[in-house]
Design a protein around this ligand. Sequence first.
Ligand SMILES: Cc1ncc(COP(=O)(O)O)c(C=O)c1O
Length: 391
Amino acid sequence: MSEKKDKHSFINDALEKRKQEHQFRTLKPLENQGGAHIIKNDGVEYINFSSNDYLGLSNHPELIKRSNEFTSKYGVGSGASRLVTGTFSIHSELEKKLAEIFNAEEAILFNSGFQANTSILPAVTDRNSLILADKKIHNSLIQGAILSRAAFKRFEHNHYDDLEELLKSAGSERYNRIWIVSETVFSMDGDRNDIDRLIEISEKYNALLYSDDAHAVGVLGEKGLGLNYGKDGIDISLGTFGKAFGSFGAFALCSKEMKDYLINFAGGFIYSTSLPPNVIGAIDAALDLIPEMDQERTQLMKNVEYVRTEIQKLGYDTTASDSQIIPIIIGDEQETIELSNQLKEKGLWVSSIRPPTVEKVASRLRITLSVKHTKEHLDKLLKELADWKRK
Ligand SMILES: Cc1ncc(COP(=O)(O)O)c(C=O)c1O
């Protein structure tokens, strides 16, 4: 008998390839220093410029208090999925409150944005459907589209003539339905889509519209309710609780029929233990605070304006960033890593984003700003970036 092939060799082969391409990733355990946007790694302190905790709510006393209250009252786990015994009154009440505040017909909770995107898209499409998505959508939406087995085409980033061309060539008969998928704030570039134009196009071609508002809710739009807020014609509006909301989980805003449909057909909703009470408590408290945080949002946007303008003055390319996510395009992968390491040496944590997350020539630093950053934090970042440019 011939010798058995090593069935585990694919692991080492793939990891070796990643190492050779300088794309091998590892985890770095960090400690959060009480919400001042300082993290510790191996005992060393860094100013965090890579967190999505935009409003600093992850350490807010009200969120911690309500999270603890819900734990004391309901325990640490929900014990089952929503359709079994995992719908407590707190889950239903939170959905009702979300729908009211966001002025939507219904809201439905998911355990994370990733879970929502990978279970909603396969639920609302089948082999006879077509998904037309912006080229820069988040990986969770890509995975959802692949899992759906629908035909999946991408239009050039924010290029709506291209989208219309695809819609025209799709014809009205070939597919049972067409979904247009985009993000209000793109996670890696920090630029925005034109949601009004997308609504117009989806109506013109009788397509459905899926708009991921993950990086806008809490931060942008009226009362921080996101960029989908107040817009008719969006069939699924997705928000997450892991970013500006400071905790964990996600929600979709939709019609009553769509919610009933998702309860019956979205695998990730049906076959996963529901969010635990402590998380529901934290979200509930964040929801009370966020509409009242205009002052914090104004401060955050001042920080954004200041940092982006100064970075551009230094001669860096921040692409079309129009939010608290500010990329600095370096291009070369190795140089990006060097700059990120150099900043780390100076006490600044700014993650590098490289292929396969972005295209080969678009390696970058991804700066995310929070209202918790002080002027000193921002100036330190700008000084180090200026020094690097002078080198
Ligand atoms: C646009 C977008 N959608 C969804 C997600 C996933 O959300 P979550 O972190 O809640 O899984 C992310 C995460 O970064 C995102 O950027």
